[in-house]
Ligand binder design. Structure first.
Ligand code: KIV
Ligand code: ZN
Length: 385
Protein backbone atom coordinates (compact mmCIF):
# COMPACT_ATOMS: atom_id res chain seq x y z
CA UNK A 1 0.00 0.00 0.00
CA UNK A 2 2.73 2.49 0.93
CA UNK A 3 2.72 5.72 2.91
CA UNK A 4 -0.23 7.92 1.99
CA UNK A 5 0.65 11.37 0.71
CA UNK A 6 -2.21 13.84 1.08
CA UNK A 7 -2.96 15.85 -2.03
CA UNK A 8 -3.93 19.46 -1.30
CA UNK A 9 -5.17 21.01 -4.51
CA UNK A 10 -4.86 24.78 -4.82
CA UNK A 11 -5.96 25.18 -8.46
CA UNK A 12 -8.93 27.25 -7.31
CA UNK A 13 -6.82 29.52 -5.07
CA UNK A 14 -3.13 29.83 -6.08
CA UNK A 15 -3.98 28.71 -9.64
CA UNK A 16 -6.90 31.03 -10.00
CA UNK A 17 -4.80 34.06 -8.94
CA UNK A 18 -3.20 34.02 -12.41
CA UNK A 19 -4.32 36.99 -14.52
CA UNK A 20 -6.92 35.84 -17.04
CA UNK A 21 -7.65 32.57 -15.22
CA UNK A 22 -10.48 33.85 -13.04
CA UNK A 23 -13.53 31.60 -12.82
CA UNK A 24 -17.06 32.40 -11.73
CA UNK A 25 -18.71 30.49 -8.91
CA UNK A 26 -20.49 28.01 -11.19
CA UNK A 27 -17.22 27.17 -12.96
CA UNK A 28 -15.42 26.79 -9.62
CA UNK A 29 -18.07 24.42 -8.33
CA UNK A 30 -17.69 22.39 -11.52
CA UNK A 31 -13.90 22.13 -11.07
CA UNK A 32 -14.29 21.38 -7.35
CA UNK A 33 -16.57 18.43 -8.18
CA UNK A 34 -14.04 17.21 -10.76
CA UNK A 35 -11.30 17.44 -8.12
CA UNK A 36 -13.47 15.46 -5.72
CA UNK A 37 -13.95 12.78 -8.33
CA UNK A 38 -10.20 12.83 -9.08
CA UNK A 39 -9.64 11.90 -5.43
CA UNK A 40 -7.78 14.86 -3.95
CA UNK A 41 -7.84 15.07 -0.15
CA UNK A 42 -8.12 18.82 0.33
CA UNK A 43 -9.49 21.52 -1.97
CA UNK A 44 -8.29 25.05 -1.28
CA UNK A 45 -11.42 26.81 -2.47
CA UNK A 46 -10.32 30.44 -2.20
CA UNK A 47 -9.38 33.43 -0.09
CA UNK A 48 -12.77 34.56 1.24
CA UNK A 49 -11.84 38.05 2.44
CA UNK A 50 -10.28 38.95 -0.92
CA UNK A 51 -13.63 39.57 -2.68
CA UNK A 52 -17.36 38.88 -2.32
CA UNK A 53 -17.06 36.54 -5.35
CA UNK A 54 -14.35 34.48 -3.67
CA UNK A 55 -16.36 34.36 -0.45
CA UNK A 56 -19.39 33.05 -2.33
CA UNK A 57 -17.28 30.46 -4.17
CA UNK A 58 -15.88 29.08 -0.90
CA UNK A 59 -19.40 28.99 0.53
CA UNK A 60 -20.86 27.20 -2.50
CA UNK A 61 -17.98 24.73 -2.84
CA UNK A 62 -18.46 23.94 0.86
CA UNK A 63 -22.02 22.89 0.04
CA UNK A 64 -21.13 21.10 -3.20
CA UNK A 65 -18.38 18.69 -2.13
CA UNK A 66 -18.51 16.21 0.70
CA UNK A 67 -15.47 13.95 0.20
CA UNK A 68 -12.47 16.28 0.42
CA UNK A 69 -11.78 18.81 3.16
CA UNK A 70 -12.62 22.33 1.99
CA UNK A 71 -9.95 24.85 2.92
CA UNK A 72 -9.99 28.66 2.96
CA UNK A 73 -6.94 30.93 2.96
CA UNK A 74 -6.44 33.81 5.39
CA UNK A 75 -3.69 36.14 6.47
CA UNK A 76 -2.79 35.95 10.17
CA UNK A 77 -5.54 38.44 10.93
CA UNK A 78 -8.70 38.15 12.99
CA UNK A 79 -10.95 39.67 10.31
CA UNK A 80 -9.64 37.25 7.64
CA UNK A 81 -10.20 34.28 9.94
CA UNK A 82 -13.72 35.44 10.89
CA UNK A 83 -14.58 35.78 7.21
CA UNK A 84 -13.18 32.33 6.35
CA UNK A 85 -15.03 30.70 9.25
CA UNK A 86 -18.30 32.13 7.90
CA UNK A 87 -17.54 31.09 4.32
CA UNK A 88 -16.80 27.53 5.47
CA UNK A 89 -19.98 27.27 7.53
CA UNK A 90 -21.57 24.60 5.32
CA UNK A 91 -18.47 22.45 4.76
CA UNK A 92 -18.69 18.87 6.00
CA UNK A 93 -14.91 18.77 6.53
CA UNK A 94 -13.25 22.18 6.84
CA UNK A 95 -9.82 23.70 7.29
CA UNK A 96 -8.49 27.22 7.85
CA UNK A 97 -5.16 27.97 6.13
CA UNK A 98 -3.60 30.90 7.94
CA UNK A 99 -0.06 32.20 7.98
CA UNK A 100 2.50 34.94 7.61
CA UNK A 101 5.87 35.65 5.94
CA UNK A 102 8.77 34.25 7.93
CA UNK A 103 11.91 35.03 5.93
CA UNK A 104 13.96 38.00 7.10
CA UNK A 105 13.25 39.61 3.72
CA UNK A 106 9.48 39.42 4.32
CA UNK A 107 9.80 40.37 7.99
CA UNK A 108 11.88 43.45 7.19
CA UNK A 109 10.45 44.69 3.90
CA UNK A 110 6.90 43.40 3.84
CA UNK A 111 5.91 43.66 7.49
CA UNK A 112 8.57 46.10 8.79
CA UNK A 113 8.48 43.91 11.85
CA UNK A 114 10.71 41.66 13.93
CA UNK A 115 11.02 37.89 14.33
CA UNK A 116 9.52 38.16 17.84
CA UNK A 117 6.42 39.98 16.57
CA UNK A 118 5.96 37.57 13.69
CA UNK A 119 6.12 34.65 16.13
CA UNK A 120 3.53 36.30 18.35
CA UNK A 121 1.21 37.02 15.43
CA UNK A 122 1.55 33.46 14.08
CA UNK A 123 0.67 31.86 17.44
CA UNK A 124 -2.22 34.28 17.98
CA UNK A 125 -3.69 33.52 14.54
CA UNK A 126 -3.52 29.74 15.06
CA UNK A 127 -5.09 29.98 18.53
CA UNK A 128 -7.82 32.25 17.22
CA UNK A 129 -8.66 30.03 14.23
CA UNK A 130 -8.65 26.99 16.51
CA UNK A 131 -11.56 28.47 18.51
CA UNK A 132 -13.81 27.90 15.49
CA UNK A 133 -12.30 25.07 13.45
CA UNK A 134 -10.31 22.09 14.67
CA UNK A 135 -8.28 21.63 11.48
CA UNK A 136 -5.88 24.60 11.20
CA UNK A 137 -3.03 24.69 8.71
CA UNK A 138 -0.31 27.29 9.20
CA UNK A 139 1.76 28.53 6.23
CA UNK A 140 5.22 29.91 6.88
CA UNK A 141 5.38 32.07 3.78
CA UNK A 142 8.78 32.28 2.07
CA UNK A 143 10.06 29.44 4.26
CA UNK A 144 12.35 28.56 1.34
CA UNK A 145 14.46 31.65 2.10
CA UNK A 146 13.91 31.69 5.86
CA UNK A 147 16.54 31.03 8.49
CA UNK A 148 16.24 27.35 9.47
CA UNK A 149 16.68 27.91 13.19
CA UNK A 150 13.97 30.56 13.31
CA UNK A 151 11.72 28.43 11.11
CA UNK A 152 12.13 25.46 13.48
CA UNK A 153 11.25 27.63 16.48
CA UNK A 154 8.16 28.95 14.70
CA UNK A 155 7.02 25.52 13.52
CA UNK A 156 7.30 24.13 17.07
CA UNK A 157 5.32 27.04 18.48
CA UNK A 158 2.48 26.96 15.95
CA UNK A 159 2.15 23.21 16.51
CA UNK A 160 1.98 23.82 20.25
CA UNK A 161 -0.70 26.44 19.53
CA UNK A 162 -2.77 23.79 17.75
CA UNK A 163 -1.74 23.74 14.06
CA UNK A 164 -2.70 20.34 12.64
CA UNK A 165 -0.73 20.94 9.44
CA UNK A 166 2.31 23.16 8.88
CA UNK A 167 2.98 24.30 5.34
CA UNK A 168 6.58 25.00 4.34
CA UNK A 169 6.30 26.99 1.10
CA UNK A 170 9.10 27.82 -1.26
CA UNK A 171 7.09 30.89 -2.17
CA UNK A 172 9.61 32.35 -4.61
CA UNK A 173 10.76 29.07 -6.17
CA UNK A 174 14.30 29.79 -4.96
CA UNK A 175 15.46 26.50 -3.43
CA UNK A 176 17.51 23.75 -4.99
CA UNK A 177 16.03 20.27 -4.44
CA UNK A 178 18.81 19.17 -2.05
CA UNK A 179 18.55 22.37 -0.02
CA UNK A 180 14.78 22.15 0.21
CA UNK A 181 14.98 18.48 1.26
CA UNK A 182 17.59 19.44 3.88
CA UNK A 183 15.29 22.15 5.23
CA UNK A 184 12.51 19.61 5.77
CA UNK A 185 14.97 17.15 7.31
CA UNK A 186 16.25 19.91 9.62
CA UNK A 187 12.71 20.53 10.83
CA UNK A 188 12.15 16.83 11.56
CA UNK A 189 15.42 16.75 13.50
CA UNK A 190 14.95 19.98 15.43
CA UNK A 191 11.25 20.39 16.19
CA UNK A 192 10.36 18.23 19.21
CA UNK A 193 6.61 18.15 18.66
CA UNK A 194 6.71 17.78 14.86
CA UNK A 195 4.96 14.39 15.06
CA UNK A 196 1.83 16.12 16.30
CA UNK A 197 1.26 17.71 12.88
CA UNK A 198 1.51 16.97 9.18
CA UNK A 199 4.25 18.80 7.32
CA UNK A 200 3.16 20.10 3.93
CA UNK A 201 5.23 21.34 0.99
CA UNK A 202 4.11 24.11 -1.36
CA UNK A 203 6.63 24.93 -4.09
CA UNK A 204 6.68 27.50 -6.86
CA UNK A 205 8.27 26.98 -10.22
CA UNK A 206 10.37 30.11 -10.84
CA UNK A 207 13.45 28.01 -11.64
CA UNK A 208 11.50 25.04 -12.99
CA UNK A 209 12.18 23.12 -9.77
CA UNK A 210 8.76 23.02 -8.12
CA UNK A 211 8.13 19.33 -8.69
CA UNK A 212 11.73 18.32 -7.88
CA UNK A 213 11.60 20.33 -4.63
CA UNK A 214 8.26 18.80 -3.70
CA UNK A 215 9.57 15.28 -4.23
CA UNK A 216 12.67 16.13 -2.23
CA UNK A 217 10.42 17.40 0.60
CA UNK A 218 8.29 14.27 0.76
CA UNK A 219 11.38 12.08 0.69
CA UNK A 220 12.45 13.84 3.90
CA UNK A 221 9.13 13.30 5.66
CA UNK A 222 6.56 15.81 4.40
CA UNK A 223 3.18 14.06 4.09
CA UNK A 224 1.14 16.64 2.23
CA UNK A 225 1.76 18.12 -1.21
CA UNK A 226 0.21 21.39 -2.39
CA UNK A 227 -0.20 21.47 -6.14
CA UNK A 228 -2.34 22.62 -9.04
CA UNK A 229 -3.68 20.99 -12.17
CA UNK A 230 -1.34 21.74 -15.11
CA UNK A 231 0.99 23.49 -12.64
CA UNK A 232 -0.82 26.79 -13.02
CA UNK A 233 -0.19 29.46 -10.41
CA UNK A 234 1.54 32.73 -9.58
CA UNK A 235 4.31 33.70 -12.04
CA UNK A 236 5.86 30.46 -13.37
CA UNK A 237 3.27 28.42 -11.49
CA UNK A 238 3.01 25.89 -8.70
CA UNK A 239 3.98 22.24 -8.44
CA UNK A 240 1.94 20.33 -10.97
CA UNK A 241 -0.39 17.82 -9.34
CA UNK A 242 -0.24 15.32 -12.20
CA UNK A 243 3.56 15.27 -12.13
CA UNK A 244 3.83 14.48 -8.42
CA UNK A 245 1.10 11.85 -8.57
CA UNK A 246 2.68 10.10 -11.56
CA UNK A 247 6.18 10.28 -10.06
CA UNK A 248 4.92 8.44 -6.97
CA UNK A 249 3.05 5.91 -9.10
CA UNK A 250 5.99 5.34 -11.45
CA UNK A 251 8.67 5.10 -8.75
CA UNK A 252 7.10 2.47 -6.50
CA UNK A 253 10.41 2.16 -4.62
CA UNK A 254 9.59 5.48 -2.91
CA UNK A 255 6.85 3.58 -1.08
CA UNK A 256 4.28 6.37 -1.31
CA UNK A 257 0.75 6.46 -2.68
CA UNK A 258 -2.00 9.01 -3.22
CA UNK A 259 -5.76 8.67 -3.44
CA UNK A 260 -5.81 10.12 -6.98
CA UNK A 261 -7.59 8.18 -9.71
CA UNK A 262 -4.90 8.73 -12.33
CA UNK A 263 -7.19 7.74 -15.22
CA UNK A 264 -9.03 11.04 -14.70
CA UNK A 265 -5.91 13.22 -14.99
CA UNK A 266 -6.04 14.05 -18.70
CA UNK A 267 -9.70 14.93 -18.67
CA UNK A 268 -9.44 17.33 -15.71
CA UNK A 269 -6.34 18.89 -17.25
CA UNK A 270 -8.32 19.71 -20.40
CA UNK A 271 -11.26 21.06 -18.44
CA UNK A 272 -9.09 23.36 -16.31
CA UNK A 273 -7.21 24.53 -19.40
CA UNK A 274 -10.43 25.30 -21.30
CA UNK A 275 -12.27 26.98 -18.45
CA UNK A 276 -9.27 29.03 -17.38
CA UNK A 277 -8.33 29.86 -20.93
CA UNK A 278 -4.81 28.67 -20.20
CA UNK A 279 -3.39 26.42 -22.95
CA UNK A 280 -1.26 23.48 -21.83
CA UNK A 281 2.27 23.68 -23.21
CA UNK A 282 2.59 20.94 -25.86
CA UNK A 283 5.60 19.32 -24.24
CA UNK A 284 4.18 19.53 -20.70
CA UNK A 285 4.93 16.33 -18.79
CA UNK A 286 1.96 13.92 -18.46
CA UNK A 287 -0.75 16.14 -19.98
CA UNK A 288 0.85 17.98 -22.93
CA UNK A 289 -0.31 17.12 -26.47
CA UNK A 290 3.12 15.63 -27.18
CA UNK A 291 3.56 13.76 -23.89
CA UNK A 292 2.79 10.46 -25.66
CA UNK A 293 3.63 11.47 -29.25
CA UNK A 294 6.62 10.05 -31.10
CA UNK A 295 8.06 11.70 -34.17
CA UNK A 296 11.60 10.59 -34.89
CA UNK A 297 12.14 7.46 -36.97
CA UNK A 298 14.27 5.66 -34.38
CA UNK A 299 11.78 6.26 -31.56
CA UNK A 300 8.80 5.34 -33.72
CA UNK A 301 10.39 2.07 -34.76
CA UNK A 302 11.11 1.32 -31.08
CA UNK A 303 7.58 2.16 -29.93
CA UNK A 304 5.98 0.05 -32.64
CA UNK A 305 8.16 -2.91 -31.61
CA UNK A 306 7.36 -2.43 -27.92
CA UNK A 307 5.86 0.60 -26.18
CA UNK A 308 8.21 0.27 -23.21
CA UNK A 309 11.20 1.15 -25.42
CA UNK A 310 10.34 4.84 -25.19
CA UNK A 311 7.44 5.22 -22.75
CA UNK A 312 7.64 4.96 -18.96
CA UNK A 313 3.94 5.64 -18.45
CA UNK A 314 1.07 3.80 -20.10
CA UNK A 315 -1.00 6.67 -21.62
CA UNK A 316 -4.19 4.87 -20.54
CA UNK A 317 -3.07 5.24 -16.91
CA UNK A 318 -3.64 8.99 -17.21
CA UNK A 319 -6.71 8.72 -19.42
CA UNK A 320 -5.06 9.18 -22.81
CA UNK A 321 -6.35 6.60 -25.34
CA UNK A 322 -3.06 5.70 -26.95
CA UNK A 323 0.38 6.95 -27.92
CA UNK A 324 0.60 8.90 -31.16
CA UNK A 325 2.92 8.13 -34.03
CA UNK A 326 3.33 11.47 -35.80
CA UNK A 327 4.38 11.55 -39.43
CA UNK A 328 7.01 14.14 -40.31
CA UNK A 329 10.05 14.21 -42.58
CA UNK A 330 11.97 12.69 -39.63
CA UNK A 331 9.74 9.59 -39.55
CA UNK A 332 10.94 6.23 -40.79
CA UNK A 333 9.48 3.38 -42.82
CA UNK A 334 8.12 1.59 -39.74
CA UNK A 335 6.03 4.61 -38.77
CA UNK A 336 4.78 5.09 -42.32
CA UNK A 337 3.74 1.44 -42.58
CA UNK A 338 2.06 1.62 -39.17
CA UNK A 339 0.06 4.74 -40.01
CA UNK A 340 -0.89 3.38 -43.45
CA UNK A 341 -2.15 0.22 -41.78
CA UNK A 342 -4.40 2.38 -39.55
CA UNK A 343 -6.13 3.79 -42.64
CA UNK A 344 -6.46 0.41 -44.36
CA UNK A 345 -3.29 -0.02 -46.46
CA UNK A 346 -1.20 -3.15 -45.93
CA UNK A 347 2.17 -2.43 -47.53
CA UNK A 348 4.62 -5.21 -48.35
CA UNK A 349 8.43 -4.97 -48.12
CA UNK A 350 8.74 -4.68 -51.93
CA UNK A 351 6.63 -1.47 -52.07
CA UNK A 352 7.59 0.40 -48.94
CA UNK A 353 10.81 1.98 -50.28
CA UNK A 354 9.06 3.58 -53.22
CA UNK A 355 6.11 4.84 -51.12
CA UNK A 356 8.51 6.12 -48.46
CA UNK A 357 10.48 8.21 -51.01
CA UNK A 358 7.23 9.71 -52.30
CA UNK A 359 6.10 10.35 -48.72
CA UNK A 360 9.36 12.23 -47.98
CA UNK A 361 8.80 14.54 -50.96
CA UNK A 362 5.47 15.62 -49.40
CA UNK A 363 6.73 15.60 -45.81
CA UNK A 364 9.72 17.84 -46.58
CA UNK A 365 7.32 20.66 -47.38
CA UNK A 366 5.00 20.08 -44.42
CA UNK A 367 5.35 20.02 -40.68
CA UNK A 368 2.96 17.10 -40.09
CA UNK A 369 1.25 14.64 -42.41
CA UNK A 370 -2.25 13.71 -41.33
CA UNK A 371 -4.44 10.76 -42.41
CA UNK A 372 -6.18 12.80 -45.12
CA UNK A 373 -2.88 13.80 -46.76
CA UNK A 374 -1.67 10.24 -46.48
CA UNK A 375 -4.67 8.86 -48.34
CA UNK A 376 -4.37 11.59 -51.02
CA UNK A 377 -0.76 10.46 -51.54
CA UNK A 378 -1.79 6.79 -51.79
CA UNK A 379 -4.57 7.58 -54.28
CA UNK A 380 -2.14 9.62 -56.41
CA UNK A 381 0.39 6.76 -56.40
CA UNK A 382 -2.23 4.17 -57.36
CA UNK A 383 -3.35 6.36 -60.32
CA UNK A 384 0.22 6.73 -61.50
CA UNK A 385 0.81 2.95 -61.48
O1 KIV B 1 3.33 30.52 -2.11
C1 KIV B 1 2.90 30.72 -0.94
O2 KIV B 1 3.65 30.93 0.00
C2 KIV B 1 1.45 30.69 -0.76
C3 KIV B 1 0.94 30.75 0.64
C4 KIV B 1 -0.20 31.71 0.75
C5 KIV B 1 0.60 29.38 1.10
O3 KIV B 1 0.71 30.54 -1.71
ZN1 ZN C 1 1.78 29.73 -3.42
Amino acid sequence: MGKKIFIFDTTLRDGEQVPGCQLNTVEKIYIARELESLGVDIIEAGFPISSPGDFRSVEEISKAVTGPTVCALTRAKKEDIDCAVTALKFAKKKRIHTGIGVSDIHIKYKFKSTRENILRQAIKAVKYAKKFIEDVEFYAEDAGRADDEFLAELVGKVIAAGATVVNIPDTTGYCLPDDFGRKIKYLFENVDNIDRSIISVHCHNDLGLATANTVSGIMEGARQVEATINGIGERAGNTSLEEVVMILKTHKKLGMTTGVDTKKIFSISQKVSNLMNMPVQKNKAIVGANAFAHSSGIHQDGIIKNRSNYEIIDPQDVGVDQSKILLTARSGRAALKYRLSKIGYRIGEDNIDFIYQEFLKVADNKKLIDDRELSILMKKLSHEN
